[in-house]
Write a protein that binds this ligand. Structure first.
Ligand SMILES: [Zn+2]
Length: 320
């Protein structure tokens, strides 16, 4: 427990002249991880990059580190474009986003400016980008590094929700049968969950469960147990896009206490500005426990899905 204010994070006090301000750091979850070697925020070095690779853009370096079980190498043709080579020798083109936006810079954009960004990236609008995203759009919005959970999110701020589906199929398998070859069991309390063993996702989830159980007070148990499932080969409801659950790389927890943007709209309607109201009841301790093992949270999306966590360490590693 943090001695200063009773949270389960230790916070660093910054003393600046006469004022004292407090910063909570994500890595300061004040409970040692059960599997420190799997903590992505402390050891983003599961793959040592050679000199040439260190010249690649930060996003591509992050992909090499994050997915070393699947990606063999990467090269650049220009400063903004290049290709990845997978272990089975298939290739995948990469391109950098024209610009990258964090939560603050995205929140300052007008509707017109947002529309221009999707056009610059080569799409008609946001929905077009969402349905046909490439690696460039995957990195366009930065996953927040703060351990302060949002109270509100700007329109279409969705770090990690835009995914290059072809890239994911190359990572995990192109069909249910191909993905199934890599599935194994994780024990989530009394439940058995099917997840992929690629990228040690099974071991990471097992460590997350252990840490949730050992580090957090009992009152938080309702948020992570039971799980509402991990692997299912399925499309996201109402779309043609495959869910990350199809790859055995995502988990849903605490359905009873979760908020999903479609449910939020049904219950509350749109707000006075015509926007989807933001709702969340998950505590930061759960989100941070997942984050240190490389899992992003669906609660950081304007189209929020707070029960959802998926393995996307490249977004946590990439800081530029
Ligand atoms: Zn989910």
């Amino acid at each position: 427990m943090c001695k200063h204010h009773g949270q389960h994070f230790c916070c660093m006090y910054l003393v600046m002249s006469m004022t004292v301000s407090m910063t909570c750091l994500a890595q300061d979850l004040d409970c040692p991880p059960s599997q420190p070697e799997l903590v992505i925020t402390a050891n983003p070095t599961s793959r040592i990059l050679n000199q040439e690779e260190q010249q690649l853009p930060s996003e591509i370096q992050a992909l090499l580190i994050a997915y070393s079980d699947s990606i063999k190498s990467a090269s650049k043709h220009t400063e903004t474009q290049g290709s990845l080579v997978f272990k089975n020798n298939t290739k995948h083109a990469w391109e950098r986003p024209k610009q990258k936006y964090d939560l603050f810079t995205w929140s300052k954009l007008s509707k017109v400016e947002q529309a221009q960004i999707w056009k610059q990236q080569g799409f008609k609008d946001f929905d077009h980008a969402l349905n046909h995203a490439r690696l460039a759009e995957q990195f366009l919005q930065l996953y927040p590094h703060t351990s302060q959970l949002p109270k509100d999110l700007p329109v279409n701020f969705e770090p990690g929700r835009l995914r290059d589906e072809v890239f994911f199929k190359k990572l995990y398998g192109r069909s249910k049968a191909e993905v199934a070859q890599q599935l194994t069991t994780v024990y989530w309390g009394k439940q058995k969950l099917k997840v992929t063993r690629l990228h040690k996702i099974d071991q990471r989830l097992q460590a997350i469960y252990t840490d949730l159980k050992n580090c957090l007070p009992k009152k938080f148990k309702r948020y992570y147990e039971p799980s509402a499932g991990a692997f299912t080969w399925r499309k996201i409801k109402g779309t043609q896009r495959l869910s990350v659950h199809s790859f055995g790389a995502a988990i849903d927890i605490g359905v009873k206490y979760s908020n999903y943007w479609k449910w939020t709209m049904k219950v509350y309607g749109r707000n006075a500005q015509g926007l989807i109201p933001y709702k969340n009841s998950f505590p930061v301790e759960i989100v941070e426990t997942f984050k240190r093992y490389g899992f992003i949270w669906g609660g950081w999306w304007y189209h929020h899905d707070t029960m959802h966590f998926e393995y996307r360490p490249e977004l946590i590693i990439d800081k530029q």
